[in-house]
Design a protein around this ligand. Structure first.
Ligand code: GUN
Ligand code: ZN
Length: 378
């Protein structure tokens, strides 16, 4: 099958994945996230965590990942190097934040953020990694001044770069944005005003986007990263994926580690199906997503959301060969095949029951990257 595309994952939060899920977003950020992320000035720590997350995601079939790192340029460059060394296709973002009302030491000045973003981009492009590129990364509107958002919009435009951020994830967050940006009609408008909505933009969550905001996404070509594990784990809300698709907005799936506790895209597939069924329980008229549709979102949908569908997402002639060799009946694996079923049933079983024991080989751009070479850590 085609490799899976994780459209939103915080590599830097992997150290506490599977813990710290007892608070809503804003408290969670200042209690757990910011103190951990501030530790990435230590490159040894960064190397340890980033090697683990790149190998963990590759083993689980993520051939393309769109990463958030931290505000630290050198550690972010190290993440790019590690993804390149292991052969993963990746977008890597040095996080930008010049406003932090909670953890005073984990932020930059506006000038620092702008200059370090330029240094990050220049240095990364200079290395000419074929599969790893920079993505301009304002953390989210509440942690950026309008001045910084404007500068980042400029940088992305001048260098024709990808952009990633968060939007409309949580009710308190949205109230905060209203207070900080009183001149903007909507959350989407804040980003749009600063030229941050383009056809190379991916915004995580988007749970509470109105129909008008979705229309603006459609108009600008910006996409939504659906992160169902995180949406549930932080009690943020439930995105109506069907409604986003109805507006013809591009949509991919994201693990959102560590708001989402699993780094596996198979988990994102399952949580997407669960969330859709939850909406059905609440509203009988809701049209649930099928597993075939969600499979598509995890692969081609993700590549479209990242505007990388000219290179990856399916086996169309001319694209790179990003693929998983799956053995649904792997010895010692989690699936018992009782009878001989057709390919569709086999795929459904793998998506619902499979794990990395079933993913025998992973290829990115035609190169076998899993199993790892003996010299590299598992
Ligand atoms: N919004 C701003 N930063 C973050 C983050 O690190 N995780 C999540 N889930 N939402 C955010
Ligand atoms: Zn996130």
């Amino acid at each position: 099958m085609p490799g899976m595309v994780d459209t939103h994952i915080h590599a830097s939060q992997y150290s506490y994945a599977g813990t710290a899920l007892d608070m809503p977003l804003m408290q969670w950020l200042h209690t757990y996230t910011f103190p951990v992320e501030s530790g990435y000035k230590d490159l040894e720590f960064a190397n340890r965590v980033y090697s683990k997350i790149v190998t963990r995601t590759l083993k689980n079939g993520t051939t393309t990942a769109c990463y958030f790192a931290t505000i630290h340029t050198d550690a972010s460059l190290l993440l790019a190097k590690i993804a390149n060394d292991f052969g993963q296709r990746a977008l890597v973002g040095k996080v930008c934040m010049d406003r932090n009302d909670f953890v005073e030491h984990y932020k930059e000045t506006t000038q620092e953020s702008q200059e370090e973003t330029c240094r990050f981009i220049a240095e990364l492009l200079k290395r000419k990694y074929r599969l790893v590129k920079p993505v301009v990364t304002p953390r989210f509107a509440p942690s950026c001044t309008g001045a910084l958002l404007g500068q980042l919009g400029e940088i992305a435009k001048n260098n024709n770069l990808h952009i990633q951020s968060h939007i409309s994830e949580n009710i308190d967050e949205m109230k905060f944005v209203k207070e900080l940006f009183p001149d903007s009609e909507t959350y989407t408008d804040v980003y749009h005003k600063h030229n941050l909505l383009t056809d190379k933009t991916v915004m995580a969550h988007g749970i509470y986007l109105s129909d008008e905001e979705l229309a603006l996404f459609r108009e600008t070509g910006a996409s939504v990263s659906h992160c169902p594990n995180s949406n549930i784990s932080l009690c943020s809300g439930v995105l109506d994926v069907r409604n986003v698709l109805k507006h013809k907005v591009k949509l991919g799936l994201g693990t959102d580690v560590a708001g989402g506790y699993s780094a596996s895209m198979l988990d994102a597939v399952r949580r997407t199906l669960d969330s859709s069924k939850f909406l059905k329980i609440k509203h009988q008229e809701h049209d649930t997503l099928t597993f075939e549709e969600v499979f598509r979102l995890a692969t081609l949908g993700g590549s479209q959301a990242l505007s990388l569908d000219d290179q990856t997402g399916n086996f169309e002639v001319g694209k790179d060969f990003d693929a998983l060799r799956v053995n649904v009946a792997a010895r010692g694996g989690p699936i018992d095949l009782i009878q001989c079923d057709g390919p569709k049933i086999i795929l459904e079983k793998f998506l619902n029951l499979g794990d990395d024991r079933n993913i025998v080989e992973v290829f990115v751009a035609g190169k076998k990257v899993v199993p790892f070479k003996e010299t590299t850590p598992e």
